[in-house]
Design a protein around this ligand. Structure first.
Ligand code: PMV
Length: 357
């Protein structure tokens, strides 16, 4: 390697799945395809400093969150580095300083793994690109790294950090997992949703209601593993394929009623899988249900197209078209904020992925 030291800085957003990924095989291969909206405001900014070291026996890095050294983040990153070092042979040649910060509070119950791992993957790919470009033993053609390859490999690496992270690099809709009707879809990395999307979905809004800001009771790794031998697993995986097929038509035609039906059913199915695994668990809180009921009542009394989705936690993502901003924001303030912990929520919307800073 001809480069002594340097640094790269990327920001990358979180994403919210519409068809959920829940259940994986070895090597972070999903049991079913998923699709997500990339978010805009909820993001991680990471600066990766690298400097050449003498001895390349061991991986060496430090992690800082908001300027403070965070040794408790190291095991997760160490595991990630070990998984990806065969794809990034330079990892042992450098000492890394990872400086990271999130736009959302660390203890908001919003997982920072998708934004964090995708930002780190982009920084690592920037180093790879620099090393290739400065390798004088390569031909000019070999030295130019194509942008599609860059993103695809970054997504591949991000997946090995946290599965859903592979859906955060681009926007506004990303598919991860092989699906018959989606050419180019892969279990190994996320791809931009390739078909027509109706204007009804442009600039879709997501207000995240922070119902419970505590640490997750069940890590997603444990959750995914509980799908092994789960009595309803095979049906669930089939359903995800079917829901993704249906969404292709929904996106094309702009059918918001059909969208609501699929998205809410996906969220409830995710939680139903948790409630019917062994051991079983409930990640929704009473206020999660209060909010869901309020949303249903609001839809009945107005002709709003607001709906909800959930992650593996108690927080509620309230999704609605841009043209309903005023009406739904009013509803959220008047009727839903009361169910949030300390009245906290985050206004977000569809975004376009990672950016180099
Ligand atoms: O990426 P992981 O392993 O944290 O799993 C994420 C799983 C869900 O957020 C519940 C669903 C999804 O597709 O993002």
């Amino acid at each position: 390697n001809y480069v002594e030291s340097g640094s790269f800085r990327w920001s990358s957003p979180s994403n919210i799945a519409l068809v959920k990924y829940w259940g994986k095989k070895e090597h972070q291969i999903p049991e079913n395809p998923s699709v997500s909206f990339t978010l805009d405001n909820c993001k991680t900014t990471t600066t990766l400093h690298f400097s050449k070291k003498e001895n390349n026996e061991k991986l060496s890095f430090d992690v800082f969150l908001d300027g403070e050294k965070k040794d408790d983040f190291k095991p997760k990153i160490e595991t990630f580095f070990k998984r990806i070092e065969i794809y990034l042979p330079f990892l042992r040649d450098y000492h890394f300083k990872i400086e990271t910060s999130n736009t959302f509070p660390h203890s908001s119950g919003i997982a920072s793994s998708a934004s964090g791992m995708s930002a780190l993957a982009m920084c690592l790919m920037s180093i790879e690109k620099l090393l290739i470009e400065s390798d004088i033993t390569l031909s000019e053609v070999e030295r130019s790294l194509n942008n599609d390859f860059f993103i695809q490999k970054a997504s591949f690496l991000a997946r090995l950090g946290s599965g859903s992270a592979c859906r955060s690099l681009e926007g506004d809709l990303v598919v991860w997992g092989k699906h018959d009707e989606i050419d180019g879809s892969s279990d190994l990395f996320g791809v931009k949703y390739p078909f027509e999307v109706h204007n009804n979905f442009k600039n879709y809004q997501d207000t995240i209601l922070l119902v419970d800001k505590g640490e997750k009771q069940v890590s997603s790794t444990v959750g995914h593993n509980l799908m092994h031998g789960h009595p309803f697993a095979q049906e669930r995986f089939k359903q995800a394929h079917k829901n993704l097929s249906s969404l292709i038509t929904v996106f094309k035609e702009g059918d918001l009623d059909a969208f609501i039906e699929i998205v809410e059913s996906e969220a409830l199915t995710l939680h139903a899988m948790m409630m019917t695994s062994m051991p079983y668990f409930i990640l929704m809180k009473p206020n999660t249900l209060e909010i869901i009921n309020k949303i249903w009542a609001f839809r009945q009394t107005t002709n709003s197209k607001v709906c909800f989705t959930l992650d593996a936690g108690a927080n509620v993502h309230v999704l609605y078209p841009e043209c309903e901003c005023e009406k739904v924001c009013e509803f959220i303030k008047n009727e839903l904020v009361a169910f949030c912990q300390k009245g906290e929520y985050i206004d977000d919307k569809i975004g376009f992925g990672a950016k180099q800073l």
